[in-house]
Design a binder for this molecule. Sequence first.
Ligand SMILES: [Fe+2]
Length: 295
Amino acid sequence: MARVTALRSIELGVTDLRLSAAFYRECWGLRPVAQGPGFCFLRATGPEHHVLVLRERPAPALIRVDFAAASPLAVRKLHGELESSGVKVRAEPGPLEDPGGGYGFAFLDPAGREFRILSEGAVHADAADAPDRPRKLSHVVLNSTDADADAAFFLDTLDFRLSDQTAMMEFLRCNADHHSIAFARAGSVSLNHAAFEMPDWDAVMRGAGRMKEAGHALEWGVGRHGPGNNVFAYFIDPDGLVIEYAAELQRIDEALHRPGNPQAWARPLNRLDQWGVAGPPSEKILNAMNGAGQA
Ligand SMILES: [Fe+2]
């Protein structure tokens, strides 16, 4: 079985492109690499050509998530495997016309979300960490009306591995990162949040401070999660989409790791984080995480 090797980028629909592009540039710490009528591609400090694509839409929405495979051959193998499993292919393997290029294909998961698996494409040579800026897209958490089925699809058809299960979520990995994708048990198919990896917890604090200074309240955190062990700080973007600064996400040793189950991870809502500093998530962010307002 060919494998997905990494999470690459997320594409979001935003209602005011100018406003959102300025927010992600000036407050969140990304940099534009390509822009045009109705779209803006933004990079983090790492080598990935872009980690976030914003497209102007009538309502905020998750448009798609891109993953990486090792080579065009691996892309074609994955395409063949998905097609023979009856997965709906949206675009056949081929060169991409997006900024950054690459070679890949698009498919729909059982809930109808669009994903792409890509190889190659442009990378940035200047990829040094900055003390207060995201390095890469860490993980995406997607709301599901059937999280078990969505997780099973990624485990069985795409060869992801289960890292942990809680009453709320299924955490899945495609490399040593504890989770690149997670499915939350929810009442809609929508975006729960997108997390951006900071170099360390100090960078999480510096980024959180910059956001606070710009008038964006820290809606949950700073804290350290149970599953994944990452330091977190959650904010809400201009369209009500939830974004996270994350650092120190657990690296999984395949030989040793045993997934935790919902009983093992059970915690009260006001004591979800390991330090006990974060408190419960705000009402506002719980609504936003549930997909309020999304198309
Ligand atoms: Fe997260």
